[in-house]
Design a protein around this ligand. Structure first.
Ligand code: TSB
Ligand code: ZN
Length: 582
């Protein structure tokens, strides 16, 4: 996919096209007022105040037509420098521009504006020479967007578009967008009945349907098995805690804006938990520990609640109620490197099982300027960040560094992946923490009988089951491997009259698997097509040959080929599929 933001020419073109959009909107709706129109990864958008008017599907072709007309007219685009006072004067009637001007740097006394024909906008530029260059564009979508992203403000109309230099580039891009939209887990999730949402439950609170629950349960079993073998002990803890718990941990001071507000019950004040670390710290503190007991690895499939901005919630990928595949590893300082490597190995192992290849490691560091987000202890941060770098370099995995992405309690190694639609997200994470063990006064007894403070590694391999499911649905385009597929085998009798009885006997014999028998009185071709669109990995086609010879004929999803085997051979084949979990 073309990288618009990183390409100077494409950025300029898209920026100018945003102005063209604004000009066309102004022609059609003279009362329109404009907020900002930035270039983004997908092209550009413009946020527009249209009074009470809400943009609809019908408006888009009209706006596009007007844009074409202006472009054909071919006016030059002029850059002009004006003083701040002139700008204030010029946009007297426009509260949005006044707001922009008032927030400009004090030293910025000269303001640039760009004009094309009858339209002028405040802008830093740069722009193309003439609107004639804006020939190959398309308006992509529209939505409401609160002014400055704040739900207390007025809802503006946001229109998205994209512009290229050639027709071929545009159509190739549109095709790619279409393919990405087909891969969007929200679409797949709906088509395959994996999850739903409902206004009565709330934003960012998906409901996992039976098909989704099968996927999730199997993911849980899969990772639980791995963690068991690696010495993790799982616990169950409540998904609320008192405000005091989160004051002790520091979440209340450094993470409050990501939390749901508290609620009072009798004489206690609770919050829905955004993380599980405090609970696990208390589990650790419930026992005395010797240096010989460490590492202690406490795992949980733990439900958390986070306040995510309503514009940011997205299917299963970014939710307000999530389930982490979480664990906290309590280690001695001399065990950090070793234990960290084990986590990275587990991540690599799991990614290999799922055939995931497109991911990047990110070393997420604190922003030393941000005293609000990060616990203020330079020495502790430097120690943790250097230790992480040291381990990563020793381990030899390549990564990039990102300032301001650390957790409030420590730096982390994140795995970044790109969803079908939208910006990159973090999947797995492994975090180094010297802070919370101190806050909870955790200890172990060292060889000499002295009390020492353990170090904690926070880690989530899938991240959350929610986000991981979203990602694998997109990576597989909904065609999940046999062991994860909600329905694994679909039996279709060629003719119910003659082949149903044998099909039913197969159905009974194969009941250890997630199996369906399609005995509807529909045409064979229709049923086969449906089996394909439902992404069922194996479809059995049972006709006279199979009945007479006690055979099984099957088709693997995506293949046009039918293979006929004995029942035993068939069982052997699917057992291998389950065992390999590939
Ligand atoms: C790993 N305390 C640690 C934990 O011990 C923690 O909570 N880390 S986290 O904040 O990075 O979250 C863990 C993982 O949850 C992230 O890596 C990400 O994959 C996933 N996640 C975070 N926010 C959301 C969300 N809103 N929706 C879905 N998944 C999310
Ligand atoms: Zn944690």
């Amino acid at each position: 996919m073309k990288k618009i933001l990183e390409d100077e020419r494409l950025s300029k073109l898209n920026h100018s096209c945003a102005h063209l959009l604004a000009q066309a909107v102004k022609h059609l709706y003279p009362e329109a007022k404009f907020w900002v129109g930035p270039v983004i990864e997908e092209g550009f958008y413009y946020d527009i105040d249209l009074g009470d008017k809400v943009i609809t599907e019908e408006d888009i072709p009209l706006i596009e037509r007007e844009m074409k007309k202006i472009s054909k007219d071919g006016k030059r685009i002029f850059r002009k420098e004006i003083s701040k006072d002139e700008a204030i004067e010029m946009f007297q009637e426009d509260p949005y521009k006044q707001d922009l001007i008032s927030r400009m740097d004090e030293n910025e006394t000269i303001i640039t504006c760009y004009s094309q024909g009858d339209f002028t906008d405040l802008c830093r530029g740069p722009h193309v020479e003439t609107v004639k260059e804006l020939k190959y564009f398309k308006l992509l979508k529209f939505s409401g967007a609160y002014w400055k992203g704040d739900s207390k403000n007025k809802m503006l109309q946001r229109i998205y578009g994209v512009c290229f230099d050639t027709e071929e580039d545009l159509s190739e891009y549109l095709k790619e967008l279409e393919e990405a939209a087909m891969r969007d887990h929200r679409k797949i999730g709906k088509n395959l009945n994996i999850f739903m949402s409902h206004d009565l439950v709330g934003k960012g609170m998906p409901l996992w349907l039976p098909n989704g629950a099968i996927i999730r349960k199997n993911l849980e079993n899969y990772i639980y098995e791995k963690e068991q073998k690696l010495g993790y002990k799982h616990v169950y803890t409540p998904c609320v805690g008192t405000v005091d718990l989160y004051k002790t941990s520091g979440h209340w001071d450094h993470y409050k804006e990501n939390m749901f507000p508290s609620m009072k019950v009798d004489d206690e004040e609770f919050v829905l938990r955004p993380m599980n670390c405090p609970h696990h710290m208390l589990v650790y503190a419930n026992d005395l520990h010797s240096y010989r007991d460490l590492p202690i690895r406490i795992g949980e499939f733990a439900t958390d609640f986070r306040y995510e901005a309503s514009g940011a919630v997205k299917g299963l990928e970014r939710v307000r109620c999530m389930c982490q595949n979480d664990a906290h590893l309590f280690v001695r300082p001399d065990q950090i490197g070793e234990e960290f490597k084990k986590v990275v190995s587990l991540i690599l192992d799991v990614y290999q099982d799922f055939g995931l290849k497109n991911y990047k490691f990110r070393l997420s560091l604190r922003d030393p300027e941000d005293k609000e987000k990060y616990f203020d202890d330079d020495e502790m941060w430097n120690e943790a960040e250097n230790k992480l770098r040291e381990v990563l370099n020793e381990f030899g995995i390549s990564y990039y560094e990102a300032i301001g992405e650390a957790a409030f309690y420590g730096p982390k190694l994140d795995v970044e992946v790109k969803p079908a639609v939208g910006p990159e997200v973090t999947l797995s994470t492994c975090q180094l923490d010297f802070l919370l063990p101190r806050k909870f006064e955790l200890s172990y007894i060292d060889r000499e009988g002295n009390k020492q403070i353990p170090v904690v590694l926070h880690r989530a391999i899938f991240g959350t089951f929610d986000r991981f499911t979203a990602f694998i649905l997109e990576e597989t385009k909904g065609l999940l491997p046999f062991w994860l597929a909600p329905t694994q085998i679909n039996i279709i009798p060629v003719n119910n009259e003659y082949h149903l009885e044998y099909s039913e006997s197969l159905y009974e014999k194969l009941k250890d698997y997630r199996i369906e028998l399609d005995d509807r009185n529909e045409k064979l071709g229709y049923k086969m097509r449906e089996s394909v669109t439902r992404k069922i990995p194996i479809t059995l086609i049972i006709g006279q040959k199979e009945v007479d010879g006690n055979l099984v004929s099957y088709r693997l999803h995506g293949s046009e080929e039918t293979t006929t085997v004995t029942y035993d051979e068939f069982i052997k084949m699917i057992k291998e599929k389950i065992q390999n979990r590939k």
